[in-house]
Write a protein that binds this ligand. Structure first.
Ligand code: PLP
Length: 385
C-alpha cells in the first residue's frame, strides 16, 4: 500500500485481519480436504452426484423447491432472466449501487438496464422510486426487476413486489451477498420468481473458485435454467434451445456442501461482530447500519457512513486495517456505462451520495473480537483527532 503523504503509524494491526478466503478454508480444512479427495477419487468432475446433492441441500436450506448450480453469480442472473424470456428489446429495472455484475448480466441477455435510486437507510432499491421509474418509462418494454440485497440486508420485498405485480413485472433477487438473510421469516431467494446466488470466495457461502446457483420454486423455470446452463440440451447432444456453458463443477459443489453446514453459525457470528461494532461506535458521529423490522441481516459487509470518509479510510489503512469501499463508483458513472445507461425518473441522488460516504469495516466470521475492538479503538482515535 502506498503511504506517501501521511505519517506511518507505529502500530500495524494487519496480522489481526487475515483474508476471508484462506481463513475460511482453514476453519473447514479437514472437511474440505476430505471432500476434495472424495471427488478426485470418484473419477467424475462435472455435473455429478456432488452438484445434485448440493442443489438439493441448498434448496432445502433456503426453503425453495429447486436450486440449479451454475458457473458464477453473473451467469446466475443472466440465466434467470433468460429463463423468463428476457432478451433484446426488453428493459430490466435494477439499482446502480451494486456490483457491476448485476448490470453486466442484464446486458448479456440483450436487454437494457434501467437504473433506479436506493433508499438511503438500507442501500437497497427504493420502492417509491421504482414506481416513479416505471411510470416514467412509457414506450419501453419493461419485463423484470432485479432486486439486490446489498451487504446482506434484505430489500423492502413486500413493497417492491406490490409495485412489480401491479405493473406485471417479474422479480429476480440478486442474493450474491445475502445467503441466509431473512425477511418476515422467509429467506431471501424464496420471494422472487427466481433468485441468483454467487459462491465467489469472499461471499458468505463461498467456493474455492467460481460458482453460482439459480433458485426457484417453479419446476418449469428450474428445468429451463438446467437446459440453458448446458447448451440448451434437454437430452444429451440435442439442443432444444440456444444455451451456454455455465456449469458448477464437482469439486466446488463438494466444498460448498461442507461450508453450507456452517453457514447459519457463520452468519450468526457475523451478526455478533456487527453488534460489537454497533455498540463500540454508538457514540461516534458515524451513521451505522440499520436493520429493517422483521429482517435478519447477514452482514456480508458492515458499512458505515460519514462525510469524512476518505480521511477515515486513510486513518484505518495506515494502521493495517483493511477497510474498503463497496463500491467507489456507481455503475452508471463507470466508463463502460457512463452516458449510455438509462436512469429512472428523479435520478440517482442517493446512490451518488452513498458512494461518497460509505466505508466497509473488516467483516468475516473468522475475525476475532479483538480485531473488532482494535478497529473501534482506531475509529474513536480518529473521531477525537
Ligand atoms: C458477487 C456479486 C455478483 C456476481 O457474482 P460472480 O460470482 O462474481 O459472478 C453479482 N451481484 C452482486 C451483488 C455481487 O456481490
Amino acid at each position: 500500500m502506498c503511504m506517501t503523504g501521511f505519517r506511518r503509524d507505529a502500530v500495524d494491526l494487519s496480522h489481526l485481519f487475515p483474508g476471508q478466503p484462506h481463513a475460511n478454508y482453514l476453519a473447514h480444512r479437514e472437511g474440505i480436504d476430505a471432500a476434495i479427495r472424495r471427488v478426485l477419487d470418484s473419477g467424475w468432475y462435472i455435473l455429478g452426484q456432488e452438484v445434485t446433492a448440493f442443489e438439493r441441500e441448498f434448496a432445502e436450506f433456503l426453503g425453495a423447491a429447486h436450486a440449479v448450480g451454475v458457473a458464477n453469480g453473473t451467469d446466475a442472473i443472466e440465466l434467470a432472466l433468460r429463463a423468463l424470456g428476457v432478451g433484446a428489446g426488453d428493459t430490466v429495472l435494477t439499482v446502480s449501487h451494486t456490483a457491476v455484475a448485476t448490470v453486466a448480466a442484464i446486458e448479456r441477455t440483450g436487454a437494457e438496464a434501467l437504473l433506479v435510486d436506493i433508499a438511503p437507510e438500507s442501500f437497497t432499491l427504493d420502492p417509491a422510486r421504482l414506481e416513479a421509474a416505471i411510470r416514467g418509462s412509457v414506450g419501453r418494454r419493461l419485463k423484470a426487476v432485479v432486486v439486490v440485497h446489498l451487504y446482506g440486508h434484505p430489500a423492502d420485498l413486500p413493497a417492491i413486489f406490490a409495485t412489480a405485480k401491479a405493473h406485471g413485472l417479474r422479480v429476480i433477487e440478486d442474493c450474491a451477498q445475502a445467503h441466509g438473510a431473512m425477511l418476515d421469516g422467509r429467506k431471501a431467494g424464496t420471494w422472487g420468481d427466481l433468485a441468483a446466488f454467487s459462491f465467489y470466495p469472499t461471499k458468505n457461502l463461498s467456493a474455492l473458485g467460481d460458482g453460482g446457483a439459480v433458485v426457484t420454486s417453479a419446476p418449469a423455470l428450474a428445468a429451463r435454467v438446467s437446459e440453458l446452463r448446458q447448451y440448451g440440451w434437454r437430452e444429451r447432444y440435442i439442443s432444444a434451445a440456444p444455451g451456454v456453458n455455465s456449469r458448477l463443477d464437482e469439486l466446488q459443489a463438494a466444498i460448498l456442501r461442507v461450508k453450507l453446514r456452517a453457514l447459519s453459525t457463520e452468519n450468526a457470528r457475523r451478526r455478533e461482530l456487527a453488534q460489537l461494532y454497533s455498540t463500540g461506535l454508538a457514540a461516534t458521529p458515524l451513521r451505522l447500519p440499520r436493520v429493517r423490522d422483521n429482517a435478519e441481516h447477514v452482514f456480508h459487509q458492515y458499512v458505515v457512513r460519514t462525510d469524512r470518509r476518505d480521511t477515515l479510510l486513510q486513518h484505518l489503512q495506515g494502521r493495517g486495517i483493511p477497510a474498503a469501499i463497496h463500491y467507489p463508483q456507481p455503475v452508471h458513472l463507470q466508463p463502460a456505462y457512463a452516458g449510455r445507461t438509462a436512469v429512472g425518473a428523479g435520478g440517482l441522488v442517493e446512490t451518488e451520495r452513498a458512494c461518497r460516504e460509505i466505508l466497509s469495516l473488516p467483516m468475516h466470521p473468522q475475525l476475532s473480537d479483538e480485531a473488532i475492538a482494535r478497529v473501534v479503538e482506531a475509529i474513536l482515535q480518529w473521531t477525537q483527532s
